[in-house]
Design a protein around this ligand. Structure first.
Ligand code: NOJ
Length: 542
């Protein structure tokens, strides 16, 4: 078993998206008291920790990733007292809590940006952000060619003629991490939450804080999942600059002064795997989401290769791998895997787009999750995946709030489809999300069947599958285990982790388990003669 000092090597961490988890006051927006009341459900599910997406004061132009005050709670979600209660309840239940830290940019409503707007070009107030004069005779051209990750230009011009950089929405000005004042402020914000007792931070856009010094032009689209550079393109000047590591080394020093261990997890869309591994060197962060695994299409060969490639890159720096299949930025894997067209469907699905095969998606999602949770390392779950929840793929466009929708000129549906409030009780208003029939994004009627109360204690339900899987994973300490592959036919992937054999069949011919295997878990029933059908994962002792 892992010691309390290195729990992050093996823990299963559940992502709570506060807007959409549980609504206590019935206004249709989730909140901290709602989360606190539902933590026992997460303890019962069997996760070790939770990560909360931002709940700080924010105008919510990017669902809270536009922070106006890093030390206060947005009234929509409660207040600091509610945060304390949530932390105390989690502690009581033995759940660790990771909060989100958004250091690449603030909200334009942050006092610093307001001060920068009021101050003159060249002032210390403007030095906290990335202000530049424009190009062209009258400075009316943006300082460089960068585009925003959400679409459109990455620069906005003020009335006094200067431009400021925003890699995301126009309401999210990028901070200047070359400025010591910015560094000091974030150390202080870290201390604030550490002193409140949080167990760690998920670091938003961890690969973006430092920009290449000359802000050189870069002609490629700023992709939503930036950092997965188009093939043949030069390295992007806004992502994965070497200077970011110094920042994390300083943060690690601060975290090391706290007991028990507090952690940093990088949201860094960085490839190849050995570049990403630099974020988890022993004196930097603890974890980095393995997005290369997340975006891998369903297939034995591709998955084996990505598991090997990423695990060995991390092992080279002594770090575990951090598996993840879904989050609030990508199409839920129960829908993503419902496509067989060889295309990458992670970036949102609109009503006019090709629709996934729901049954196939769920079948593969259950197999994928069972496989992921059998791998050594830590793993993140996204709220609702334990219910087998699909993406809302037919959300009427009028409801869309993701800035991507507007900024892309309505060409990218964006991420609202994975952010819909989750169903707890089939027969209650808003499916038990809150006390009223209110939900900031509409829930599809068909979601009654995914509700927790329709699945709890129901053998074979996705919820019970996750629960048994998490229990066995812990009993066999798989998070701290070692992987060794078995020789299998091309469409079958099988590995041993300690005394557990994990086998997934991707092909249409039923797969044989090794002689004498005792099946412990199976994502779907086996064939009558005990073979593993297509798109099924089995855990066995052999
Ligand atoms: C990554 C977050 O996960 C995403 O939701 C957000 O829009 C961007 N960073 C900008 O903060």
């Amino acid at each position: 078993m892992s010691s309390p000092r290195d729990w992050w090597r093996s823990d299963v961490i559940y992502q709570i998206y506060p807007r959409s988890f549980a609504d206590n006051d019935g206004d249709g927006m989730g909140d901290l008291p709602g989360i606190t009341a539902r933590l026992t459900d997460l303890r019962d599910l069997g996760v070790d920790a939770v990560w909360l997406s931002p709940f700080y004061k924010s105008p919510q132009h990017d669902a809270g990733y536009d922070v106006a005050d890093y030390r206060s709670v947005d009234p929509r979600f409660g207040d600091l007292g509610d945060a304390d209660k949530m932390l105390a309840e989690a502690k009581q239940l033995g759940l660790k809590v990771i909060v989100d830290l958004v250091p690449n940019h603030t909200s334009s409503e942050h006092v610093w940006f307001q001060e920068a707007l009021a101050a003159a070009p060249g002032s210390p107030e403007r030095e906290r952000y990335i202000f530049r004069d424009g190009r062209g005779a009258d400075g009316s051209e943006p300082p460089n060619s960068w585009t925003s990750v959400f679409g459109g230009p990455a620069w906005e011009r003020l009335d006094d003629g200067q431009w400021y950089l925003h890699l995301f929405d126009v309401s999210q000005p990028d901070l200047n991490w070359g400025n010591p004042e910015v560094r000091e402020e974030f150390l202080s914000i870290l201390r604030f939450w550490l002193d409140k007792g949080v167990d760690g931070f998920r670091v938003d856009v961890a690969h973006g804080l430092i920009k290449e010094a000359t802000l050189a032009d870069w002609e490629y689209a700023g992709e939503i999942l930036g950092g997965l550079t188009p093939e043949g393109a030069p390295p992007p000047p806004m992502w994965d600059q070497d200077g970011v590591h110094e920042i994390y080394r300083q943060w690690r020093e601060l975290l090391n002064s706290y007991e028990p261990a507090r952690i940093l997890v990088a949201e860094a869309w960085v490839q190849p795997a050995d570049r990403l591994a630099r974020y988890v060197r022993p004196d930097e962060m603890h974890q980095a989401f393995n997005f290369e695994y997340l975006v891998t299409l369903w297939g034995a060969d591709a998955i084996r290769k990505v598991v090997d490639r990423t695990s060995s890159a991390n092992a080279a720096v002594g770090a575990p791998t951090t598996w993840v299949l879904s989050n609030h930025d990508v199409v839920r894997h129960a829908s993503r895997l419902g496509f067989s067209d060889g295309k990458d469907h992670r970036n949102g699905i609109g009503v006019d787009d090709p629709q996934p095969d729901a049954a196939l998606g769920l079948r593969r999602a259950r197999a994928a999750s069972l496989q992921m949770l059998g791998l050594p390392g830590s793993a993140y779950l996204y709220q609702g995946e334990e219910l087998g929840l699909p993406e809302h793929t037919t959300l009427p466009d009028d409801f869309r709030e993701d800035p991507t929708w507007e900024r892309s000129g309505h060409t990218e549906p964006g991420r609202d489809g994975c952010r819909v409030p989750i169903p707890w009780e089939a027969d209650s208003p808003s499916f038990g999300f809150g006390p009223a029939d209110a939900s900031w994004l509409p829930q599809p009627a068909a979601w009654a069947e995914y509700a927790l109360d329709r699945q709890r204690d129901v053998p074979g339900s996705t919820y019970e599958l996750y629960r048994s899987t998490l229990r066995l994973r812990k009993e066999h300490d798989l998070g701290n285990g070692t992987l060794s592959w078995l020789d299998t036919p091309a469409d079958v992937l099988a590995f041993r982790n300690g005394d557990i054999l994990v086998l997934t069949n991707f092909g249409d011919a039923p797969a044989e388990l090794p002689l004498g295997s005792r099946v412990l878990l199976s994502s779907e029933p086996l064939t009558e003669d005990g073979k593993v059908p297509q798109d099924v994962t089995v855990w066995a002792r052999a």
